[in-house]
Design a protein around this ligand. Structure first.
Ligand code: AKG
Ligand code: FE2
Length: 310
């Protein structure tokens, strides 16, 4: 049995930034998760994004396999990914499509892969527009997160995290029928996200669960229900490092109920060259830094390697 969690709701456009920042601080300390309203992504665009996403996943497998995941961009088929590397299962029953930075960071050519315009004419335009709006919402949110951490609101810009951030949009499809007799099936197995923050949109089909005490056994899982017009935001491991574990990167998973589900997760990771080092406002003599400084890119690379190792 699980219970639904009543997560705090944050309004990105609230004029009272200091009170919003303190609500964010409490939400990140207590849950590492919150709902975000007035994020600037119109309902209409979101509807279209899910329509286009559906059209893509409905393509025959051989068409989708023309864009296999390369440089973390493109298509990953069912069971290709194991988010919980300690689990013995064959992989997660979900397929996804990754879109990386629209402006490339380390290469002169853009590495993104796109479905052919003949097959899906408005796909790329729609996804690029969605990506840009998510990035803008993410940047605005990070300025509030900076205030919540008692640093200057442009802190994440100043340290170079947001100068060409390594942000990935991932479209996800969890099939409805999997032909398994298990009554508990994890569409995404238990994991925490790697980056700074994740902004998640879902098609309204429930399934997301969080475990607030990742080191306690047995694990207690609570449902995060979809809230109309809200994105679900969670703190990632890099932010947990930056804040010396003050803000938590909470373990989460997706349980399948036999109902098909679509979601879109936007992982906002810092520029690969940005150094992630415990914030002064998050350590003291009695609470020294728990992690050494690390280059953002090195950290994410290692986590991805573990996820995709077979
Ligand atoms: O599909 C979802 O609701 C969550 C997906 C997720 O947690 C992830 O891709 O990291
Ligand atoms: Fe996640």
């Amino acid at each position: 049995m699980t219970e639904a969690l009543k997560l705090p709701i944050i309004d990105l456009t609230s004029p009272d930034r200091s009170s919003t920042a303190s609500s964010i601080r409490q939400a990140c300390i207590d849950y590492g998760f919150f709902y975000l309203l007035n994020h600037g992504i119109e309902e209409e665009l979101l509807g279209k994004v899910f329509e286009e996403s559906k059209k893509f996943f409905l393509l025959p497998l051989e068409e989708k396999m023309k864009m296999p995941r390369k440089e973390h961009r493109g298509y990953t088929p069912l069971y290709a990914e194991k988010l919980d590397p300690t689990s013995s299962s064959e992989g997660d029953p979900k397929e996804s499509f990754y879109i990386g930075p629209l402006e490339d960071i380390t290469t002169p050519v853009n590495l993104n892969q796109w479905p052919s315009e003949e097959i899906l004419p408005s796909w790329r335009r729609m996804m690029e527009s969605f990506y840009k709006k998510l990035l803008s919402a993410g940047k605005r949110l990070l300025s509030l997160i900076a205030l919540a951490l008692n640093v200057e609101e442009d802190f994440f810009e100043k340290v170079g995290a947001l100068d060409k951030p390594n942000a990935f949009l991932r479209l996800l499809h969890y099939p409805g029928e999997l032909g398994s007799s298990d009554d508990e099936i994890y569409g995404s197995s238990a994991h925490s996200d790697y980056g700074m923050v994740t902004l998640l949109a879902t098609d309204g089909v429930q399934g997301l669960q969080v475990c607030r005490e990742k080191f306690k056994q047995p694990r207690v899982w609570e449902d995060v229900l979809p809230v109309d017009r809200a994105l679900i935001v969670n703190i990632g491991d890099i932010m947990e490092r930056w804040t010396n574990c003050l803000f938590r990167s909470t373990l989460h998973r997706v349980m399948l109920s036999g109902k098909e589900r679509y979601s879109a997760a936007f992982f906002l990771d810092p520029n690969p060259d940005c150094m992630v080092e415990c914030l002064e406002s998050c350590c003291s003599e009695s609470s020294p830094p728990r992690f050494p400084p690390i280059r953002g890119g090195d950290y994410v690379q290692e986590r991805l390697r573990l996820t995709y190792a077979s």
